[in-house]
Design a protein around this ligand. Structure first.
Ligand code: AMP
Ligand code: MG
Length: 390
């Protein structure tokens, strides 16, 4: 039997903080556990450490962006570390509104909260439709839209598979082929029935389960951004476990620098950084939550067609887009689709860009991405443009 060498769940929170990541690495701190582990009472120490480290991140972020935020707030919500930095006019009341909103979304959409809309839908799978809050309905509808768009590569009905592999608890494991075969019929997203008249959701098969882990955080970032803008905030960084929105522009009018995690390394090492104006940056990668058994990495993003973690040569896909919910869904979708199909999907959307990082340390981007590579062991491959002449 294989011996489990390493179980490692990571936060994505440090994606943007190139310098702070190194501090984290130097401290040789074992990363706080996966997104929900930090909520486990047994992990209070890890949680405090994580929050402490985030303060270090924020300090370094201010150095990185050459701006000292008046104030930043860090909280654990949505099963991850959420960091909001409002430059200039950050007031307590605005932070409160933002974090209350994030908490509301968590209470509606988390699979780990038994009273959430998602848990109720799952509990009544195969039994009866469940009426949900209109915004839960909206996010599920968007998730189903993306499932349709990419033929199920993005699959909000993935819940039973995530549970089978143990990625929603602290004991991930490789299930048997028989177990996987039994679960595959339960992850058919076409068996999600939506009734817009009543905002009801019905999973037609018993034991089906929704999991909005690949989209809900993005929605929360958009909501946090909306609240900040409404309150008159013109410059901010909202980072919910690595789903990032940079709002407005830096004081010196230069572009924001958002670091890209090196997927091969401990969290904290970047391959370089993106230079972007106001936009959202979201990454799906093999390094976020994974375990290694007999030298092989098993991560948390699944290929719905075979029930195994995606294994297509990609280490991560980063999406740059105007809004975070779409960036979140698209990063997962493109990662599961793989480079060729993923790139085609992204290029079909004019305002969306992507960075694909491969196991062989090559990087490919869609047109218009402003990426500065600082780790020279990674190499950008440029597509040769063939001009057709008559
Ligand atoms: P992300 O980090 O945004 O790519 O989301 C990954 C999370 O989404 C996982 O932890 C699962 O909860 C869920 N997930 C895994 N595979 C898929 C998939 N193929 N489609 C949609 N959600 C998925
Ligand atoms: Mg996602």
């Amino acid at each position: 039997m294989g011996c489990k060498q390493r179980i490692k769940f990571n936060h994505r929170v440090s994606q943007s903080y190139m310098f702070s990541l190194k501090i984290l690495q130097n401290l040789k701190v074992s990363r706080a556990a996966n997104n929900h582990n930090v909520l486990n009472p047994n992990n209070k120490c890890r949680l405090s450490l994580c929050v402490l480290l985030c303060f270090i991140f924020i300090y370094n972020l201010s150095v990185l962006s050459c701006e000292r935020p008046e104030y930043s707030r860090i909280n654990v919500a949505l099963g991850t570390v959420c960091t909001v930095t409002l430059f200039d006019q950050g007031k307590n009341s605005i932070y409160n509104d933002i974090f209350n909103r994030i908490r509301e979304i968590e209470n509606l959409m988390s699979v780990r909260i038994p009273t959430s809309d998602i848990s109720r839908i799952n509990a009544f799978a195969g039994i009866e439709p469940v009426q949900v809050h209109e915004e839960t309905f909206k996010v599920i509808k968007r998730a189903v839209y993306y499932a349709e768009l990419c033929s199920g590569a993005f699959n909000p009905a993935i819940g039973p598979l995530v549970s089978l592999w143990g990625f929603n608890n602290e004991n991930p494991r490789i299930p048997s082929q028989k177990e996987i075969d039994e679960v595959l019929p339960l992850i058919n997203w076409r068996n999600i029935e939506l009734d817009p008249e009543t905002n009801s959701v019905f999973l037609t098969q018993y034991n089906m389960a929704l999991d909005l882990g690949a989209i809900a955080k993005g929605y929360a970032v958009d909501e946090a951004t909306r609240i900040a803008k409404k309150a008159g905030i013109t410059r901010a960084i909202i980072d919910l476990g690595g789903d990032i929105m940079v709002l407005g522009e830096k004081k010196d009018k230069t572009l924001w620098n958002v670091g890209l995690q090196n997927p091969d390394e401990e969290q904290g090492f970047t391959i370089g950084y993106l230079q972007i104006p106001e936009s959202s940056v979201v990454t799906s990668g093999v390094y976020e939550r994974f375990f290694i058994e007999e030298g092989k990495r098993y991560h948390h993003i699944f290929q719905p067609s075979d029930g195994y973690p995606v294994n297509n040569g990609l280490l991560s896909v980063t999406i740059i887009a105007n809004n975070s919910m779409d960036a979140d869904a698209l990063s997962t979708a493109a990662f599961v689709l793989g480079y060729e199909k993923g790139r085609a999907l992204i290029e079909s959307m004019p305002s969306v860009k992507a960075v694909f990082i491969f196991q062989d340390r090559t990087i490919r981007t869609t047109p218009g991405v402003n990426l500065v590579i600082t780790d020279k062991s990674f190499k950008e491959i440029y597509l040769s443009r063939v001009t057709m002449t008559e």
